[in-house]
Design a protein around this ligand. Structure first.
Ligand code: GDD
Ligand code: MG
Length: 366
């Protein structure tokens, strides 16, 4: 079966990380989000994937040289302008000539859903479209989907005001579609599948079903969720090891390649230390992922944070619940706190504090 993976969004809530790298290519514990999704699709029998691209498409083409990933053929459908989540599906489907049942996934989702069970449910119900649902505490940033007891969809309520949602079961961004859904999407016009195509299908008494499951599920859309994805993957919620080539030095302490860890450094599980990382004496790394070539100076602290490759903390610096982009640096005794993001190549000056802030990508790195 074919799958269309929607990866054309700009990832605005993860700027400035997404200024240089599209969200699906950001690493989650050492492996790009989209690769984790492709591994999942391959494991469930998908044999061909169309990447639906718009924003920074060359980055994907360069990332997947050749036209294969694992056992799957890969095709790129690059939109001339953003066509929205439905327009993108039609454009991608036409690009490869989809004329049979297929799967669509939002490209920013991590899940352990049994895709085969979703397809079986779709077939049993004779549905035109079937949507995977997940239960969340606060559905206000997502698409809320109330259903009847047999799973037929009652309504679509996209991004309801806080406290107004009739249920906390939300559209989890994986769909099984019959090809006739495609004819309902206007060609070459920006259209949203959640706000337009699915609600209209319901109005026309189309067969739209949804299956709620308790599988692991996360939309990696914000800094908070990006850090949560790391915590979950490091804790083994997507399987163990958290990334293929990692070795477990001590319980929950995962190392890749050659690392330079001072005997007097402290590592508190779960952590992932990438190839070429240096951690100096007196430094502490807790609940964090350090990308290849990152370095942590003497007495510096990395706490529940992510350092992308080559990021650097000078002596005494502190990074807590924050993300450093590729080659970013935090100078002596500076602190980066509370869901801050430092862009690629940017620098946080010595003895300054950044709380919930954004530092733009350095001109040299853009
Ligand atoms: N090709 C293409 N073109 N892809 C797009 C476009 C576009 O114009 N717009 C968005 N996408 C991609 C994004 O890259 C992302 O992978 C996916 O479509 C969903 O877009 P988001 O911007 O992340 O949407 P959201 O998280 O606010 O809401 C959607 O996902 C939730 C679950 O993850 C909706 O589908 C909600 O109903 C749902 O609950
Ligand atoms: Mg999203």
């Amino acid at each position: 079966m074919k799958a269309v993976v929607l990866v054309g969004g700009e990832g605005t809530r993860l700027r400035p990380l997404t200024v240089t790298t599209p969200k699906p290519l950001l690493p989650i514990a050492g492996r790009p989000l989209v690769e984790r999704q492709l591994v999942w699709l391959a494991a469930h029998g998908i044999d061909e994937v169309v990447l639906s691209l718009g924003y920074l498409p060359d980055a994907f083409v360069e990332h997947f040289p050749g036209d294969r990933f694992a056992s799957m053929a890969l095709t790129y459908a690059v939109e001339p302008e953003p066509l929205g989540t439905a327009g993108a599906v039609r454009f991608a489907a036409e690009h490869v000539g989809i004329d049979e049942r297929f799967v669509v996934c939002n490209g920013d989702v991590l899940t352990t859903l049994d895709l085969g069970a979703l397809v079986d449910f779709h077939v049993e119900r004779g549905a035109t479209a079937t949507i995977h649902l997940s239960q969340v505490e606060d559905p206000s940033a997502l698409g809320v989907v109330p259903t009847y007891p047999d799973g037929e969809v009652e309504a679509f309520i996209e991004k309801p005001a806080p406290g107004t949602a009739p249920t906390n079961w939300i559209n989890a961004g994986t769909y099984v579609l019959e090809p006739d859904v495609l004819a309902r999407i206007p060609p070459a016009l920006a259209t949203s599948i959640e706000r337009e195509t699915f609600p209209r299908l319901l109005e026309d008494r189309g067969c739209v079903y949804a299956l709620g499951t308790g599988d692991y599920w996360l939309d990696v859309g914000t800094p908070e969720k990006y850090l949560e994805a790391h915590a979950d993957v490091l804790a083994g919620r997507m399987g163990s090891p958290p990334v293929l080539d990692a070795r477990e030095e001590a319980p929950g302490v995962w190392l890749q390649g050659d690392v330079d860890l001072a005997a007097e450094a402290s590592l508190e599980a779960p952590v992932l230390i990438g190839d070429g990382v240096a951690v100096a004496a007196g430094a502490r790394v807790a609940g964090s992922a350090l990308g290849p070539g990152a370095s942590v100076g003497p007495n510096a602290v990395v706490d529940h944070s992510v350092l992308l490759s080559g990021a650097r903390l000078a002596r005494g610096a502190l990074v807590r619940a924050s993300i450093l982009g590729v080659g970013a640096s935090v100078e002596e005794d500076a602190a980066v706190l509370d869901f801050s993001i430092v862009g690629a190549g940017a620098c946080v000056p010595a003895s300054t504090t950044l709380t919930g802030g954004r530092v733009p990508v350095a001109a040299s790195a853009g």
